[in-house]
Design a protein around this ligand. Structure first.
Ligand code: HSE
Length: 430
């Protein structure tokens, strides 16, 4: 006889509805594979009067009904946001119910407290859907790579941004036009702010870093820049130099700490991540034992995200049936601390708009030279146009705050018009 597991679903938006539908369509597969039948007993929604593809008897406007039902063993939180979602998760843990969530912002901002509570209650939180939609990166890092020390992770973690940057590169269009296209095709959220300002990807990066390095990096120690300032010009110059621009999450263990940054970054066009186009996500994970690995797939959407939630439900079912439990995150002290934003070392791309007259390049080079920063290449496209001309410099490894201070001095030169545009360059380990 199959074991029945009661599920409480909070949220019936795109993902919630997908989870409900796939729990029904995958019923047989799940029964045969794990000997469990999931029964959705309650669905908590904000507006119970709205027609939905679920029996009205299941609907409730009170999220606490999920906690109070003794037959519910797993609470699936898909409402997003901070306050109500956090109350629900904490209430569920205190009631001994396993939590499955896709709430990346909540985990990134309050992971420390939530997993502390999970440990105290001896109840896990599973969150595969929080990072990279259908790609099973959480389970891979937490379980399959458990014996590895992680040297780095590089991720394209936001599909909307990746679509926009891909279109800018392949169609030669500007940022706004590409964003409008993404919205028209339904690839961008109604409010794409967190996608294009980098924070959606940063939340995912913080979760990956926590899993890899055993502690929660404070968001203030994460350098976050969005794609909204990337211009068609920069995309073209990057291509000329043999690079493409991606919103890249870089997570690295260095001698002085863990660096986490999410920003538009030049990556070599021949690198495998450069070929990840459109709305796809990818994560390259480098572990000391496994070496280089690559995960690729859809980072959003009803079906891929539901697939991750269902995987978590299967894990919850195993835990409810006595499989050894961990709370979903294991704190350890193997890697020390987070590296403050300004202390990280990187290569940079710098675009200046300068007066086209003798001595300007020498002034710029002089400032970087005095700061001990090397320039690896320079291009100044020939032009017959009047006014400032672009000057592009590729900067050798530099400490971020030293580079930024030098940029400030360059910006103050009389010959430099407009604010300099600086982008990180990731060359990857050889
Ligand atoms: N809006 C995100 C993206 C998916 O474009 O990848 C949810 O985090």
């Amino acid at each position: 006889m199959d074991k029945k597991i009661g599920v409480g679903l909070a949220g019936f938006g795109t993902v919630g509805a997908g989870v409900y539908r796939h729990l029904l369509s995958a019923r047989d597969v799940l029964r045969r594979r794990i000997g469990v039948e999931f029964e959705v007993r309650r669905v908590a929604v904000r507006d119970v009067s709205k027609p939905r593809e679920v029996s009205g008897d299941l609907l409730t406007g009170r999220a606490s009904d999920l906690i109070e039902d003794p037959e519910i063993g797993v609470v699936v939180e898909l409402i997003g946001g901070m306050t109500t979602a956090r109350e629900l998760i904490e209430g569920a843990l205190r009631a001994g119910k396993i939590v499955v969530t896709g709430n990346k912002a909540l985990l990134a901002e309050h992971g420390e407290a939530l997993f502390g509570l999970a440990e105290e209650c001896g109840v896990p939180i599973f969150y595969e859907a929080a990072v990279a939609g259908g790609i099973p990166i959480i389970k891979s890092v937490r379980e399959a790579f458990v014996a590895n020390r992680f040297e780095s992770m590089h991720g394209i973690l936001n599909g909307t941004s990746n679509y926009i940057l891909s279109r800018m590169a392949e169609a030669g269009i500007g940022y706004q036009e590409a964003l409008d296209e993404a919205s028209a095709l339904g690839y961008a959220e109604a409010d794409p702010t967190l996608d294009v300002n980098g924070w959606d990807a940063a939340h995912k990066a913080i979760i990956l870093a926590a899993l890899a390095y055993g502690f929660w990096i404070p968001p203030s120690d994460v350098l976050v820049r969005g794609i909204d300032t990337v211009t068609r010009e920069d995309v073209c110059f990057a291509a000329e130099l043999g690079y493409c621009i991606k919103l890249l999450a870089t997570i690295k263990a260095g001698a002085d700490g863990i660096e986490v940054r999410v920003c538009p970054t030049l990556i070599p066009s021949r690198h495998v991540l450069a070929s990840v186009g459109g709305v796809f996500n990818a994560i390259a994970v480098h572990g000391d034992i496994v070496g280089e690995t690559l995960f690729y797939g859809r980072g959003a959407g009803q079906d891929p995200t539901s697939s991750s939630v269902l995987g978590d439900l299967a894990e919850a079912a195993a835990a409810l049936q006595g499989a050894p439990r961990n709370c979903g995150f294991i704190r350890h002290e193997l890697y020390g601390k987070a590296l403050p934003v300004g202390a990280a070392i990187s290569k940079f791309y710098l675009r200046l708009a300068v007066e086209d007259r003798p001595g300007v390049l020498a002034q710029v080079a002089g400032i970087f030279g005095e700061a001990g920063i090397g320039i690896s290449s320079v291009i100044q496209p020939e032009t017959t146009a009047e006014g400032p001309v672009p000057l592009i410099l590729m900067i050798h490894d530099a400490v971020t705050h030293v580079f930024e201070a030098a940029c400030g001095r360059v910006a103050a030169l009389e010959a430099v018009k407009d604010a300099p545009v600086a982008l990180h360059v990731e060359a990857f380990a050889p």
